[in-house]
Design a binder for this molecule. Structure first.
Ligand code: GLY
Ligand code: MN
Ligand code: MN
Length: 436
C-alpha cells in the first residue's frame, strides 16, 4: 500500500486544527454476529482515511503542538496471532504507516490526558462511538477540574470541543488521486458484475442466484465485500427501494432491477441497471425505460465544475415528469406537478449522493444556504428512477414497473467522467448482450 496519501491527509488535518488543537479518533469496534462469531471487520472510514491501518482496537492522536501523529494499537501476541491472524504491534505499525510514535492501545487515555493540557480545541468524531466519547470526555473533565483556578495554576483544558467531522467531511468531499484510482477500480469491478448478471439471467432463476453471480464476480476480481447489501429485485420488488431479501423467482416478462456495488480498498461502487428477465423489453417497459435513461444521460452530461447540483436535479426531474405526462400517468403541466410534488408517487428519492469510502459518502450538498457548486475531484451517483406500483387508477400495462439507472461520475477539470459506463444501458445494447 502506498502510505503517502495517508501522511499527506494527516498533515492537512494538523494544519487545520492548528498548534492549539488536538484531534482523536478511533478504529471501528468489532461487531458480534452470534455467540462468539463476529461480522467481518470493516475499518471505520474516517480512521482508514487518515491511517490506512486496518486493525480494530486502535486510536489516533493528532497533536497540533508537536505536529505528531500518534497511533495506539494492539500489542503483538503470539498466541492471539495463532488463533486470529497477524497484528502489527505498535513498533511495526509506526514503521509501516509512518506514525511519529506508537503505543499499546491501553495507553491512549493516559496520553490523551496529557496531550489536551493547554490546548484550545479538542476535535473528535462525537457521537460516532459513544463508548469512546465518554472516555474522551472523562479525560477532558479531569483536566478541566484540575486546571487553572483550582489545583494547578498554569494549565487549562480545551474550551472548545470541536467536531472533527467538519474538518474531515470537507476533505473527503474532494477525492485525491489515490482515492480516484480506488473508486474507478470499485466502479470497474461493479460494472463487470452487472454484465455477468445480465448475461446469466433467465426466467425461472431466483433473485438469490443472481446475487450469487454478482458476489462471485466481485470476489473473483479482488473485491471481498459489496459496499452495501445488493438489491436484486424482479417485477414488483423493484418498487420497494431498498428490497434486499432477494428471495423470489424471476418471471418471464418482468423487469429485473439490480442495485449492487463492490467495495475495493474500502471505496464503494454503486451501480443500478434494470433489464428484462427474458432479454427483450416489452413495449411499455421500453417506453418507461427510455424516460429514465434520458434523465440519467442528461444529468450526467450536466455534471461539470461550477455546476449547481440543484439545477442538475431539476433538469432530470423535468424529464421524468414530462415522461409521466406523455404516458398519461400524470395530468397537467410539468411545473404544476413539480410544484404539487405529485410526481413523488412515481419518483420518491433524490437524484444522487456523494460516493467514496461510504456508499452514501459524507460531505454537504449545501453551504451557508447556497448549493455547493461541483468541483473537480467530487464523485457523485446519478440515479433517476420511476416506480409504478399496481393501483386501480393506473393502466394494468404499467403495473409493477420499477426502473432505476445509476452511474458513478467523477467531476473533472474538463467536465465529468462516468466511470461505470462499461455496463450497457441502452435498450439495444442490453438486448444484444443478453442475446450473446
Ligand atoms: N445503493 C444505494 C443507493 O443507490 O443509494
Ligand atoms: Mn446510490
Ligand atoms: Mn445504488
Amino acid at each position: 500500500m502506498n502510505i503517502t496519501p495517508f501522511i499527506e491527509r494527516r498533515r492537512r488535518v494538523l494544519a487545520q486544527i492548528g498548534s492549539n488543537g488536538l484531534a482523536v479518533l478511533f478504529a471501528a469496534p468489532e461487531q458480534r454476529r452470534s455467540n462468539d462469531t463476529e461480522f467481518p471487520f470493516r475499518q471505520d472510514s474516517y480512521f482508514h482515511y487518515l491511517t490506512g491501518f486496518g486493525e480494530p482496537q486502535a486510536a489516533l492522536l493528532l497533536d497540533g503542538a508537536s505536529g505528531k501523529s500518534i497511533l495506539f494499537c494492539r500489542d503483538k501476541d503470539e498466541l492471539g496471532e495463532i488463533w486470529n491472524g497477524f497484528r502489527y504491534g505498535p513498533q511495526a505499525a509506526a514503521e509501516a504507516f509512518a506514525f511519529d510514535e506508537a503505543y499499546s492501545f491501553g495507553e491512549w487515555e493516559q496520553h490523551l490526558g496529557k496531550a489536551i493540557l493547554n490546548k484550545k480545541s479538542l476535535y473528535a468524531l462525537w457521537g460516532v462511538y459513544p463508548e469512546y466519547d465518554s472516555k474522551v470526555m472523562a479525560q477532558w473533565h479531569k483536566v478541566q477540574q484540575s486546571a487553572g483556578r483550582r489545583v494547578q495554576t498554569n494549565t487549562y483544558a480545551p474550551e472548545c470541543l470541536a467536531d472533527l467531522a467538519a474538518v474531515l467531511d470537507s476533505m473527503r468531499l474532494v477525492k485525491d488521486e489515490a482515492e480516484i484510482a480506488l473508486l474507478k477500480k470499485a466502479g470497474e469491478i461493479s460494472a463487470m458484475a452487472h454484465i455477468r448478471a445480465m448475461k446469466q439471467t433467465r426466467p425461472g432463476m431466483s433473485e438469490l442466484q443472481i446475487e450469487a453471480e454478482i458476489l462471485h464476480e466481485f470476489m473473483r476480481q479482488g473485491a471481498r465485500f459489496p459496499s452495501y447489501n445488493s438489491i436484486v429485485a424482479g417485477g414488483k420488488n423493484a418498487c420497494c427501494l431498498h428490497y434486499v431479501e432477494n428471495k423470489d423467482v424471476l418471471r418471464d416478462g418482468d423487469l429485473l432491477l439490480i442495485d449492487a456495488g463492490a467495495e475495493y480498498g474500502l471505496y464503494a461502487g454503486d451501480i443500478t441497471r434494470t433489464f428484462p428477465v427474458n432479454g427483450r423489453f416489452g413495449a411499455v417497459q421500453k417506453d418507461v425505460y427510455e424516460i429514465v435513461l434520458a434523465a440519467n444521460e442528461a444529468a450526467i452530461a450536466a455534471v461539470k465544475p461550477q455546476a449547481d447540483w440543484g439545477e442538475i436535479h431539476m433538469l432530470a426531474l423535468k424529464i421524468l415528469v414530462q415522461g409521466l405526462l406523455d404516458l398519461k400517468l400524470l395530468k397537467g403541466s410539468v411545473d404544476g406537478n413539480i410544484e404539487s410534488q405529485a410526481y413523488q408517487r412515481f419518483y420518491m428519492h433524490g437524484l444522487g449522493h456523494w460516493v467514496g469510502l461510504d456508499v452514501h459518502d459524507v460531505g454537504k450538498r449545501w453551504q451557508d444556504g447556497k448549493p455547493l457548486l461541483l468541483q473537480p475531484g467530487m464523485t457523485t451517483t446519478i440515479e433517476p428512477g420511476l416506480y409504478i406500483a399496481a393501483a386501480d387508477d393506473i393502466p394494468e400495462a404499467f403495473h409493477n414497473i420499477g426502473i432505476r439507472i445509476e452511474d458513478n461520475v467523477l467531476v473533472t477539470e474538463e467536465g465529468s467522467e462516468n466511470y461505470t459506463s462499461l455496463v450497457p444501458k441502452s435498450v439495444a445494447e442490453i438486448e444484444a448482450l443478453m442475446r450473446a
